[in-house]
Write a protein that binds this ligand. Sequence first.
Ligand SMILES: [Zn+2]
Length: 308
Amino acid sequence: MSLLDDDIFLRYQRQIALPDIGETGQCELSNKHVLIVGCGGLGTTVSLFLVGAGIGSIVLVDHDAVEISNLHRQIAYRESDIGTQKVHALANQLRALNHNCRVRTIDKNTIGEAKKSDDKKGDTQLQLEIMLADVVVDCSDNFPTRHQINRICYQQKTVLVTASAIGWNGQLSVHRFLRDSPCYRCLVGETAELSARRCQDAGVLGPVVGTMASLQALQVIQELLRNIDPNSSLTTHTTHPCARMPSSNSRPLQANDQVTPNGSMAEFFHFDGRRMQLKSLRYEKDLHCPVCRHSVDAQDNSSRQKDG
Ligand SMILES: [Zn+2]
């Protein structure tokens, strides 16, 4: 017996045809809730793909209005949207795309924009929104916000898919916060805050942003489907070696490396749009990370108590 009615089946049939998804996977997606922070170049593309794929509900967070300089990379907006709040313009597009998806909007000012990585202003509402989400997609454009999202996702152990793009390059990482797996702060460290640049300060190409957003949406779908078959190919990745390392606790993937959702390593992707190369690194927890080192301390204390 079919799990889906005829209209739903017809709508998603090319997706349901994938063995890793099927009707069970489509039902799973329709019950999931995703929080997207940032409705710029990343957030517009991510949300269009996720709503198109039949995610059950989405919350959009942003405080900016559409400007003419956004249009080359923020593909959901039109000239007629200039001056409109991004969350409202994007929500209109998403509702027109798929009426089955519930879309809720939040003006980021009601959350409070973090000014520093340890700024807890606005944590309360963001904590609530992250608590409701199955996956959080960080599409923001500044490091204080990224660190704020990472810190709360770590506290709540909510999966975080984060990406950024600048110039010809993009980066993507996934954080599942299991056991001693690393967080976003472990990956970028302190130096990222010092060298932080927004897209408005440095150039960025629309297709580079779109590539990273597409990878983000792909990763989110894989995370949302992870429960339907823990042994499926959706749960592991094997990728290529890489020459560029973001911090001292990372190294290139080896040929026989596997990064699994339960492992202590995490995966970091770097896209070079000029060379058309996508490379992958794996990296470990930073034992001095101000966000997640406590889990290591707690583990050490627990071991000592058991040893004693
Ligand atoms: Zn960390």
